[in-house]
Design a protein around this ligand. Structure first.
Ligand code: SF4
Ligand code: SF4
Length: 518
């Protein structure tokens, strides 16, 4: 019972040796329901603010683990996400699972979820021509049989359309989706449906090596985009994250994408001490590529295969990434990155206009100050529906740079200090996104319910990408989630039918009953 002593000792700690010190060294901001990063049972947490940073202090009553996790190194931004950038939730057209064991054990989407799918991933294979040390899908060359059938993929596409009506963005992903033998048939099926924007999530090897393959992708424009893994301009991050120096491959992929003017977003996984010093350089590089409409930074997370990953050393929060972009970029400043109202805890976004070879950041003109007390100082944010609508329209996860160009043009008309270029198109739009997926360390139930990046499971549920990687991917639902559900059922903390209740009591092991009886 060493852990119990430990917890007891912590509970008795009144803030230092000096018992007369009765004031905590932090501000208690809120309570939180989290999950334990060891046993994944629900854990009780407190959100506290200390020295302008926000932490979650959590305790697992199942295994006794206590941890303090950094949520943000910018308390003002964190509070702004929670208190200002709030809009009513948009619902899907249907729910897929009942509420039974409580969040996050009922995905999904269950009726307790608070956002529809702005972006839905469909993984069409687990096969890959790389074996990255960091891969949430644990893909690799050895999974050469793992292609989903064409018919199954069509069902998955239909499942998203059924949930969303007209889905905003679908990402065809993997594994490496370009290796699927039916890849182009799958794209044809996606384009034949009322899906606004189709993306292909790729490492770019096929695009680099086969110019004719890249040229064929251009046939799917407009409403199509390549989401190109692009972690670094240096050798070492490629080796650490991807297991190989891919710089030349990425250059050739970009040459072929530029040659066909295929709308492209670069995607960089960022890790503390590895490539967080080159975010500014990556932004400037992305701006220099004609086909590139934006760059997305994804802080490294613990999911799937994460060889040698040390959360304490490598983890980065959204606000740390945001701060580094502002400090390192020659074009953007920190305040250009705004919370995205669909899911502000996890998403931050900045836009620039690319005109005559230079980039003019736009989002700095729509920060809180401008909205609340800027040039239109007598106008309150909520009292100017035109601005509010234009801002919310622009800052949506479900936008591609292409569809955002329309919202951006509307917004520029609301902000007369900026002039819309006469030949304005999505080729003028450049966007930075920080997409901070939630893992067991940063898990906050309040936030997880707002996630809007979802994935279709093989059995056609629509599951938040974050919880999918914790509880639902592959074997996890049986090996990790099922025991937790069983415990909740045995403890009478699940909404079960009478038949299910009887099945649970039948499964009660005798040894367990005897232990309880003693
Ligand atoms: S994360 Fe969303 S879908 Fe999953 S259980 Fe919670 S509310 Fe339901
Ligand atoms: S991260 Fe992407 S490229 Fe790397 S192994 Fe996984 S699926 Fe393949």
């Amino acid at each position: 019972m060493g852990w119990l002593k430990h917890v007891w000792a912590m509970g008795m700690d009144c803030g230092g040796d000096d018992l007369s010190e009765r004031v905590r060294d932090y501000l208690f901001y809120d309570t939180a329901t989290s999950v334990c990063s060891s046993c994944l049972r629900r854990a009780e947490g407190k959100v506290i603010i200390r020295d302008d940073s926000v932490f979650m202090d959590k305790l697992c009553y199942a295994c006794g683990k206590r941890e303090e996790v950094l949520l943000a190194d910018d308390a003002e931004y964190y509070k702004r996400c929670r208190e200002v950038y709030v809009k009513p939730s948009e619902m899907p057209e249907k729910w897929n699972t009942p509420m039974k064991y409580g969040c996050p054990y009922d995905c999904g989407l269950c009726p307790s979820h608070e956002q529809h799918s702005c972006l839905t991933l469909i993984e069409i294979t687990d096969h890959c021509n790389l074996r990255c040390p960091i891969c949430y899908a644990s893909s690799g060359p050895e999974r050469h049989q793992d292609y989903r059938t064409f018919e199954h993929i069509v069902q998955m596409l239909d499942a998203v359309v059924e949930n969303e009506g007209e889905p905003d963005v679908i990402q065809i992903s993997g594994g490496e989706p370009t290796l699927h033998p039916d890849f182009f048939r799958i794209l044809d099926e996606a384009k034949a449906r009322p899906i606004r924007h189709v993306m292909v999530n790729t490492n770019g090897i096929r695009i680099a090596n086969e110019p004719e393959f890249a040229a064929r992708l251009a046939d799917y424009m407009p409403g199509f985009e390549v989401y190109l893994q692009f972690d670094s301009l240096e050798r070492e991050p490629h080796v650490r994250l991807r297991g190989a120096d891919l710089r030349e491959i990425k250059q050739r992929a970009l040459e072929n994408l530029n040659a066909n003017n295929i709308s492209t977003t670069l995607v960089a996984t960022v890790s503390r001490g590895l490539n967080d010093g080159e975010m500014g350089a990556l932004v400037e590089f992305a701006l220099s590529q004609p086909c590139v409409r934006g760059i997305t930074f994804q802080p490294i997370q613990e999911a799937g295969r994460s060889d040698d990953y040390e959360a304490a050393e490598e983890r980065l929060t959204l606000t740390e990434v945001r701060r580094r972009i502002g400090e390192q970029s020659a074009t953007f400043v920190v305040d250009d990155m705004l919370p995205v109202p669909c899911h502000p805890d996890s998403l931050s976004m900045a836009y620039a206009l690319k005109v005559n070879g230079s980039a003019v950041p736009i989002t700095r003109y729509i920060d809180d100050e401008t909205l609340l007390a800027g040039p239109r100082s007598t106008i309150q944010f909520e009292k100017d529906p035109a601005i509010q609508e234009a801002v919310l329209g622009l800052l949506s996860t479900g936008h591609s740079p292409q569809s955002a160009s329309h919202s951006l043009a509307e917004l520029l008309c609301c902000l007369p200090e900026l002039v819309v270029p006469s030949q304005f198109s999505y080729e003028n739009v450049f966007r930075i996104i920080i997409m901070d997926f939630i893992d067991a360390h940063s898990f906050d139930l309040r936030s997880i319910k707002k996630t809007c990046v979802h994935i279709v499971s093989p059995d056609l549920r629509i599951i938040p990408f974050d919880t999918y990687n914790m509880f639902y991917r592959g074997e996890l639902e049986q090996t990790v989630l099922e025991p937790i559900r069983q415990e909740l059922a045995l403890a009478g903390m699940a909404l079960l039918t009478n038949d299910e209740r009887r099945a649970v009591s039948r499964s009660l092991p005798m040894a367990h009953i005897e232990e309880v009886a003693e």
